[in-house]
Design a protein around this ligand. Structure first.
Ligand SMILES: NC(=O)c1ccc[n+]([C@@H]2O[C@H](COP(=O)([O-])OP(=O)(O)OC[C@H]3O[C@@H](n4cnc5c(N)ncnc54)[C@H](OP(=O)(O)O)[C@@H]3O)[C@@H](O)[C@H]2O)c1
Length: 318
């Protein structure tokens, strides 16, 4: 009996040593198993997050305002990178030449992405009214609206704020965003189950925390925040997702516009700090849109590492 046990143990030891000597390739699953699209977890449809996002975005039509520069441009590129095979992008802004450059960059690398560009000044209600009617029929069924166009003008404080700047900021950041939302919502609401679609509004830390020299811009972004929150409540019986993304400091043309084209002044804003890039925000936009329809990333605040509030920054060597 003891001899039998000894032989069995020896055989088992030999087998396990032999198994340990086998090359890794034969004891671990081949790489394609890791890239499997079927998740082992029953509540997940796909094993791989980027594959899942690409699938969820497949065939969607996405309208982005302010796509000629900064966050809007990066968002267009990020959507195309995430779903390069089957996507429609409507890119809008006032500068058509810049939009054309963005479109050719996308079409050069993402062959399945169709781009339609529209010259659109969101501060002009008549241009927004004409937008949907003038879209080519294969771009009319919009699934995602990214309300990104926005700007700040000056650092003036009351009582010295220019009425023209006030008007520009409110008509672009607030009434432009609301008018466009109202133009697109009927498309979303015409779908079954009280409607579906996704609205992403780009707010700002400025909408949560007013600061001196930014009173009007902060007021416009606070208005965006209130409108967004009310809209989410109003659409509660639908499957329309209302998402707000609030960036902290991002280096784009934003500060150049604030200082009326003065690049030197704009550069000083970023002295001693490492701001976010427009790509950082674009990734968050695409991530939020790329969730399952039942997941609403309702509210997001994004800072670079050195920032903890609108006016709390750590500046190295300054
Ligand atoms: N950069 C930051 O630190 C920061 C922080 C928080 C929030 N944000 C917000 O992020 C959004 C994008 O800004 P950004 O930083 O990417 O600035 P940006 O580089 O200056 O880009 C702004 C975009 O908005 C468009 N735009 C401005 N006025 C418009 C109008 N009347 N009609 C249509 N499009 C218009 C511009 O295009 P055209 O000039 O070609 O029309 C441009 O494509 C804005 O809503 C801004 O308030 C920025």
């Amino acid at each position: 009996m003891s001899l039998y046990l000894l032989r069995t143990t020896t055989r088992l030891l030999r087998t396990s040593r032999a198994l340990a000597r086998l090359p890794i390739a034969t004891t671990t699953p081949p790489p394609h198993i890791f890239l499997s699209t079927i998740s082992p977890f029953p509540h997940q449809q796909y094993a791989n997050m980027s594959f899942a996002m690409a699938q969820r975005l497949k065939g969607k039509t996405i309208l982005i305002t302010g796509a000629s520069a900064g966050i809007g441009k990066s968002t267009a590129l990020e959507f195309a990178r995430t779903q390069p095979d089957d996507l429609k992008l409507i890119l809008t802004a006032r500068r058509v030449d810049s939009l054309k450059e963005v479109a050719s960059e996308i079409e050069g690398s993402a062959k399945g992405v169709k781009v339609h560009i529209v010259k659109l000044d969101v501060s002009v209600p008549e241009e927004i009214e004409a937008l949907v009617g003038n879209l080519p029929s294969d771009f009319k069924d919009i699934d995602v609206l990214v309300n990104n166009a926005g700007l700040v003008k000056g650092v003036a404080q009351a009582p010295n704020i220019s009425p023209a700047d006030m008007q520009t900021m409110f008509s672009t950041n607030v009434t432009g965003l609301i008018n466009l939302t109202q133009a697109i919502l009927p498309i979303f609401q015409s779908r079954p189950d009280n409607g579906s679609g996704t609205i992403v509004n780009i707010g700002s830390i400025a909408g949560r925390e007013p600061y001196p020299g930014g009173s009007i811009y902060c007021a416009t972004k606070a208005a965006v925040r209130s409108f967004t929150d009310a809209l989410r409540r109003e659409l509660i019986s639908s499957r329309i997702r209302v998402i707000e993304i609030d960036p902290g400091q991002v280096e784009t043309e934003f500060s150049v516009v604030r200082f009326y084209g003065d690049k030197e002044k704009a550069k000083k804003v970023y002295e001693g700090v490492e701001p976010l890039t427009p790509e950082d925000i674009a990734e968050v936009v695409v991530f939020a849109v790329g969730r399952r329809e039942n997941v609403v990333i309702a509210d997001t605040l994004i800072f670079p590492n050195h920032q903890a509030a609108a006016t709390v920054m750590h500046r190295k060597g300054v």
